[in-house]
Write a protein that binds this ligand. Structure first.
Ligand code: PLP
Length: 393
């Protein structure tokens, strides 16, 4: 019999760092070149090959990638950009910072993704761009949303922060169009922090490369090495300082080699959760899309039935902590957060489906080094927390 509660805390996510990851980073540290250089070029090429896309540019985060893309696409004052409120706040923040108006589309209650039906009503003559999110490892309906936007000449950036290795139909996310990926430590592969812009647009990638490094046409590797040339060096347009380092790239290269193994393990654990949760009617996993896809199980999100369990989701998550189980909330609706309420005037009632799931959802622990016994512990803790919640009432 295993003790309950377990004696150590199970976090909701842990990066898997193995000896070859550490060796790769150590080799770069000893090499004499640690900022953007040959390892970053190698990682960009390996990632582009992995996605099957022609161009990839690594940056300090997916947020940095989105910032640079909004600038490259001239998004600003007078534009509206549609995105879900059910996403990480970085996207809405960047839209607001650009001077454009973030406009939120509601989601499908089952998959938590925006759809043509929820986007169409919020399109206006000012809509320049839509940023849908491939959510939790599942793809959004790319063909259906693209068809809606192409008719109206509206641009699309795919937020693929959760979707490294995800397929939509027979296409890998990132293979065509423009997508951003994240390598934050909770993601399916990590570089500590980091992101990648993938695109099939050669002009756009040139601009992303410049904008991520002060707007200069050459980076340090191109200037300081013997093969490179010192000048001329000019700012072509004001840019940012979002360049990736070779230290991070070494980690990215070794993680990428293991991604399929990591994703396969995530899938096994997710299917095991599916099985066990059939016996916990108060907890329902979110749905998976009905169109063909390959899920990468970035997050295992469930909904708490707050009609049957008489505490709020946040109190329930504190109860789970007492049983040594960590969780995440992906996400709290962006439009109900202070700035978007007080400055932009968004209110509860605007996005009924988003608000309904935002009050109920949370993410269970899921990472490749978890064991089946960890999953057993999580489900036992859910059952115990439900009993405690009923006693608390
Ligand atoms: C849906 C989504 N988009 C964008 C981001 C931003 O990624 P990063 O932390 O690499 O900037 C995240 C981060 O978690 C995310 O979940």
């Amino acid at each position: 019999m295993r003790p309950f509660p377990r004696d150590n805390f199970l976090p909701f996510s842990l990066p898997v760092i193995e000896d070859d990851d550490i060796q790769g980073v150590a080799d770069v540290l000893k090499s004499g070149w640690i900022t953007t250089g040959p390892k970053t070029a190698e990682f960009e090429k390996a990632f582009a090959d992995f996605c099957g896309c022609p161009h990839a540019c690594a940056l300090t985060s997916a947020t940095a990638g989105m910032h640079v893309l909004l600038k490259a696409l001239n998004i600003g004052e007078g534009c509206e950009v549609i995105t879900p409120s059910m996403t990480w706040v970085s996207t809405a923040n960047l839209i607001a910072l650009s001077g454009a108006k973030p406009v939120f589309a509601d989601i499908d209650r089952s998959t938590l993704m925006i759809t043509p039906e929820t986007i169409a009503p919020v399109i206006s003559e000012k809509t320049r761009l839509v940023i849908p999110v491939h959510f939790a490892g599942a793809p959004y309906d790319v063909d259906a949303i693209s068809a809606l936007l192409q008719e109206r000449n509206i641009l699309m950036i795919e937020d693929a922060a959760h979707a490294v290795g995800t397929y939509y139909k027979e296409r890998k996310v990132g293979q065509s169009g423009t997508a951003i990926f994240s390598f934050h430590p909770i993601k399916n592969m990590t570089t500590g922090e980091g992101g990648m812009v993938c695109t099939d647009d050669g002009d756009l990638i040139d601009q992303v490369r410049r904008l991520k490094f002060h707007g200069l046409a050459k980076d340090a590797w191109q200037r300081y090495t013997k093969k490179g040339s010192v000048g001329p060096l000019e700012v072509l347009e004001p840019g940012f300082k979002y360049n990736f380092t070779d230290i991070q790239s070494a980690l990215g290269l070794s993680q990428l080699k293991k991604l399929d193994r990591f994703n396969a393990r995530r899938k096994d654990l997710a299917l095991y959760y599916d099985e066990l949760l059939k016996n916990v009617p108060e907890i329902t996993p979110i749905g998976r899309p009905i169109y063909p896809h390959r899920h990468t199980h970035h997050l295992y999100i469930v909904l708490l039935d707050i009609d049957k369990v008489p505490v709020t989701r946040d109190i329930f998550l504190d109860l789970l902590k007492q049983y040594q189980i960590g969780t995440g909330v992906h996400f709290r609706a962006a439009h109900l957060q202070h700035y978007y309420r007080e400055v932009c005037g968004y209110r509860r009632g605007l996005l009924p489906e988003t608000e309904w799931v935002s009050d109920r959802l949370f993410s269970l622990p899921l990472f490749p080094s978890m064991t089946e016994n960890d999953v057993n512990d999580v489900v036992q803790a859910l059952q115990a927390a439900i009993v405690s919640a009923r006693k608390e009432k």
